[in-house]
Design a protein around this ligand. Structure first.
Ligand code: TXA
Ligand code: MG
Length: 329
């Protein structure tokens, strides 16, 4: 199959209506979309990505008014939706019958979001169904932040990539779930736990503490989080990545061809990839995945990464870097 890149939402809509896959831009990362209500179309997503069948997909809607067509939503979830969407927030809610089991990988819950990207919102507005879309990368590799990243991973497997340029946020959406008087944070993103608690007045708790500490080799039992996609080894570049004190790590790995990922510090004895010359965490977030891909392409022996300021989107950056880490199996 030939894969084309373009910005024609009519072509994208026609393919999706015919049950085909289309990669779509969002404000976070590119998604690999299909008609979420068509089991056969959704099955193609799992096949193209080589995604395990137990890992559910996010439903992408044109607007928050559609949420209750597909899910049962409590008042607080709707409040969060109306405040943060369109935007990089995904809500986990009890699903309605109309959502096929394959879309939620058999789960009684469905993950829902309204992406903040103009081309994709126009596309969603034109369609008569929601789009199921995981990140548009082969399972296990780094999420794509532009159309060329999608092409690199899925060339020949999908007919069309809708090109919306570089994504704005650069990290996948925050995933949360309202449970009683708490919000469970299933995945960190640019909307932080502090943002959620400040708006809602609720306590925000991490889904599992085990998900925070990825530094130690994991047993299979540890690798079964509530959001199945949150496996410890994830978002991984091919080049081994180590995190910590860079001068010390540079000494430990002397003699190797080393790439260093930093906020904005220059280290001697390595090739430097500074994510945020402007010292903004949001800039670092938007550059992280493209930089990891670039380093893979340049064939370094290892990547050393700083720990970023652990506040706001810095928490999500540290989460992704720690998942990209080299883990002894
Ligand atoms: O920003 C994003 O969320 C991007 C763009 C394309 O929208 N999408 C994305 O999808 O990151 P994906 O499939 O790569 O990650 C979705 C995560 C996975 O960890 C998955 O396990 C979890 O959401 N998830 C989806 N539906 C779920 C459900 N019903 N229950 C629990 N976890 C769910
Ligand atoms: Mg993904």
């Amino acid at each position: 199959m030939d894969t084309h890149i373009g910005n024609d939402i009519q072509i994208a809509a026609a393919l999706l209506e015919a049950g085909e896959l289309v990669a779509i831009p969002t404000e976070t990362v590119y998604g690999l979309a299909a008609n979420a209500l068509d089991s056969a179309a959704v099955a193609k997503i799992y096949a193209a990505k080589n995604r395990p069948s137990f890992n559910p997909l996010i439903l992408h809607l044109a607007n928050t008014n559609q949420i209750t067509d597909y899910a049962f939503a409590d008042a607080m979830s709707l409040k969060l939706a109306h405040h943060f969407m369109p935007g990089p927030l995904t809500l986990l809610l009890p699903k309605k019958e109309i959502v096929p089991d394959i879309t939620t990988a058999g789960s009684p819950k469905v993950a829902i979001r309204v992406p903040d990207q103009s081309l994709t919102l126009s596309l969603l507005n034109r369609l008569h169904f929601p789009l199921a879309a995981p990140s548009a990368n082969p399972s296990g590799y780094i999420s794509p932040t532009n159309a060329h990243h999608v092409m690199d991973g899925l060339r020949g497997k999908i007919p069309y990539i809708l090109d919306g340029g570089n994504t704005k946020v650069g990290l996948e959406s925050t995933i949360c779930e309202v449970v009683g008087k708490e919000i469970i944070l299933h995945r960190a993103g640019s909307i932080s736990a502090d943002d959620l608690s400040a708006f809602s007045g609720l306590t925000v708790v991490n889904a599992t503490n085990a998900q925070i500490n990825h530094t130690i080799a994991q047993s299979d039992a540890d690798n079964q989080p509530a959001t199945p996609g949150q496996l410890k080894s994830h978002y991984a570049p091919h080049t081994p990545l180590y995190i910590g004190n860079i001068p010390q790590l540079l000494q430990d790995h002397a003699g190797k061809k080393i790439a260093v990922i930093s906020f904005d510090t220059e280290y001697t004895g390595a090739t430097n990839f500074k994510l945020a010359p402007d010292h903004q965490l949001s800039t670092a977030a938007s550059n992280l995945f493209a930089t990891l891909r670039e380093i893979d392409r340049l064939h370094f022996d290892i990547i050393l990464a700083e720990i970023f300021p652990n506040e706001g989107v810095g928490i999500a950056i540290n989460d992704r870097i720690s998942r990209a880490q080299f883990i002894l199996k």
